[in-house]
Design a protein around this ligand. Sequence first.
Ligand SMILES: [Zn+2]
Length: 269
Amino acid sequence: MSKSLPADFVLPTVLRPEFRPCLRYYRNSASHAAEHALLLLQASVDQGYWYPGFSRKVKAALSKTHRKETELAAADTDKLTSAGKQFFFARIDVEYGRFECTLKYPEVAATRTPFGQWVAVFLPVAEAIAKLDATRPKPVIVFKTLSPTVVENLGRTLGLDLVSVEAPEIRWDLVEGVDQSGKRYSYYTPTILWSEGTVHHSSKFCVSDAGNHQCEACGHAIKNSFNWVPLFGRDKSGVAHSLWTGKDCAKKLFGCEVTGEAEFRKEGA
Ligand SMILES: [Zn+2]
């Protein structure tokens, strides 16, 4: 699955104050990577959801804290209570740079101990990440208006008398999932609201003689069942024809891009 950043993406240059204290837990190249990761996080927070691919990069870079810096905080977890078991695990969380675990000990952030400081420093980061994880993007099909000539030529190729090509309305439902480590996450799943009377499979391209599903705009075989963009064309008598188009073709032929992490699956493909 290829993901790309929007063309107008600009990485922030100044780290916001609540993220900056984290940097003292990193050394050398890990420190540069952590700073870069925090800027990627910051850009995503400003946007309201993760940029494609950032979530994994940010979490990987931030987990590489410097051993010496975390040892002190980990040792300190022993002094917090004799009831112990929770703090045995707290110690592992600190040692392994599991910053997201600070969400389990928010009350400790107020204490002026090394463990309390570790929690206080990483809590804003963990909260920002948890919030972004919970709001995966609602993808959008960005569609440019096509010139009548392009539409006419396309229609001629497909054997249809097309006057327009458009993106259909899509309903997005937020669905809860559980990842491999048992962590909950949510994502949007699409339902395409084809307008009433839409005719399917009317392009002369649909399934090739070899049995491959074809891009309905150009006839290319599309082997990846998620690599589709749903579009439709309207003919001279107003009838809508669905046009399942390969992702690359949608971009090349129509300047059409899908933002976010949307994947459309063509029925049957
Ligand atoms: Zn195509």
